[in-house]
Design a protein around this ligand. Structure first.
Ligand code: ATP
Length: 141
């Protein structure tokens, strides 16, 4: 079976953790971030890492983005960057686009753009920890 390929845009705390875990699970991961230092730090651990602006459509095309199975927009605080990147990933034809949102309205905007899955990391983690706290034998939720 073909190895699934992921592109993670934004290698902050959330994006880098996600990218590293996908690598550990045996998938191929391309990481993209504006921050060159961050990209240099991560390049040893990812299949490929590129310092670039993800809102640069030509750059995304040159990386062959449409061939990736799943794109993750892990940009939070800059909502404009998040939304523009999500639109480009959808338009370029990535099958599944996942994006992180930092507010309910941000999440609604991402859903309206056709993002396949919107993640609210802090909210989702709060729910998960609550379940773990009241169900001691539950290893993972
Ligand atoms: P975290 O909590 O995961 O650290 P955050 O919401 O604080 O994330 P942001 O500052 O919004 O993080 O962005 C996460 C990463 O996305 C940063 O490393 C930033 O350099 C990168 N980033 C922001 N805009 C772009 C862009 N247009 N292209 C590529 N990377 C970007």
């Amino acid at each position: 079976m073909k190895i699934q390929q992921f592109v993670v845009i934004g290698l902050g705390r959330f994006g880098s953790s996600l990218a590293l875990e996908l690598m550990d699970l045996g998938y191929e991961v391309l990481g993209v971030d504006l921050n060159e230092e961050l990209v240099n730090d991560m390049s040893a651990y990812l299949t490929h890492a590129v310092a670039a602006d993800a809102t640069d459509e030509d750059m995304l095309k040159s990386l062959g983005i449409r061939n990736f199975d799943c794109g993750i927009v892990a940009i939070g605080s800059d909502i404009q960057m998040s939304i523009l990147t999500a639109i480009l990933l959808k338009d370029l034809g990535i099958k599944t686009v996942v994006a992180k949102a930092i507010s309910v309205l941000h999440g609604r905007a991402l859903e309206k753009l056709g993002v396949d899955r919107v993640i609210f990391p802090e909210r989702d983690m709060g729910v998960r920890v609550a379940h773990q706290l009241v169900t001691p034998n539950l290893l993972d939720y």
